[in-house]
Design a protein around this ligand. Structure first.
Ligand SMILES: NC(=O)c1ccc[n+]([C@@H]2O[C@H](COP(=O)([O-])OP(=O)(O)OC[C@H]3O[C@@H](n4cnc5c(N)ncnc54)[C@H](O)[C@@H]3O)[C@@H](O)[C@H]2O)c1
Length: 269
């Protein structure tokens, strides 16, 4: 169902790789709600090709950008304003990658070049995106910037590896940048802490299958899907949540506040 919540709003959506991506589902929902946007992803993801289908479906242009590269980001921000015809109202940072996870290195055996690369892509890139937007004065007042995170920033999930540290940093950047962006430009900055979701990034985590079933059984409302996450993001891009900023918002069916569920107790009784 569409409510025209984003009619007339413009933005940038990072991270739509394929139709399972949280960013993909969000782009579809933003389009349904009347928003216009530029799609972006790392040049390597372009070669994998599927983003073009989404661009056609939503009438969007694609500008490749490596989110760790300041020059790419400045170009993206400037060109997006030209294409969309004005300053921006929303930005979704939906980017994550750990080289240690990919290469099967345990948390106690990190290769620090890999750690640094993963941190740059998954965490520092959020600061880089916002600094580029800020310096170009690219956001309209009451605009909304969102990044996606996971609860491993607060609690230990052993196989989440160094991504846990990256997410803790990402959430801190949202608070710190949110202060300056709020004070000086009336722009909101938040992170959404999403349930485990079967995407390319999600499935890269060891033991993901067991883990997603466990989260499902532990969450009173069940896991939040990528489509649910898109709906929540729409509400945070809309004018209905103007005073929500500098928050880490759990979107997980209640998982984060559940000590144990009846289903899990029964398994162990
Ligand atoms: N899937 C889950 O279980 C889950 C749970 C909570 C949070 N998240 C977060 O949601 C976000 C989106 O991930 P997803 O699950 O939709 O997976 P996904 O694999 O579909 O998306 C990750 C995206 O990051 C992009 N990316 C990687 N390196 C990049 C770079 N240098 N520059 C620009 N883009 C780059 C990839 O191309 C891809 O599009 C991530 O931040 C992830 O950590 C995922």
């Amino acid at each position: 169902m569409s409510y025209n919540l984003l009619k007339g709003k413009r933005g940038i959506i990072f991270g739509a790789l394929d139709e399972n991506s949280i960013a993909w589902k969000t782009a579809e929902r933003v389009h349904e709600e009347g928003g216009t946007f530029v799609l972006t992803n790392a040049p390597i993801a372009m070669r994998m090709g599927q983003i073009r289908t989404l661009a056609e479906q939503t009438g969007s242009e694609i500008i490749p950008a490596d989110a760790t590269n300041e020059e790419d980001l400045n170009n993206l921000v400037t060109k997006s304003m030209e294409i969309l015809g004005g300053k921006l109202d929303f930005v979704l940072h939906s980017i994550g990658m750990s080289v240690n996870v990919r290469k099967g290195r345990a948390y106690t055996d990190e290769k620090y070049d890999f750690t640094t690369k993963g941190w740059d892509v998954s965490a520092l890139s959020f600061h880089k995106v916002m600094q580029s937007l800020y310096k170009e004065d690219a956001m309209n007042e009451w605009g909304s910037i969102i990044a996606l995170t996971y609860m491993a920033a607060q609690r230990v999930f052993p196989d989440y590896n160094d991504m846990a540290d990256n997410k803790a940093y990402l959430e801190s950047v949202a608070r710190s940048f949110g202060y300056f962006y709020g004070k000086e430009k009336k722009v909101r900055v938040n992170t959404i802490s999403q349930s485990p979701t079967p995407t390319t990034a999600g499935q890269g985590v060891k033991g993901f299958g067991g883990f997603i079933s466990y989260a499902e059984k532990m969450s009173p409302l069940g896991n939040a899907t990528a489509a649910d996450c898109a709906d929540y993001t729409i509400s945070l891009f809309s004018d209905l949540t103007k005073k929500v900023t500098m928050q880490n918002l759990f979107h997980d069916g209640g998982f984060s506040n559940t000590g144990v569920s009846q289903e899990v107790i029964e398994k162990f009784s």
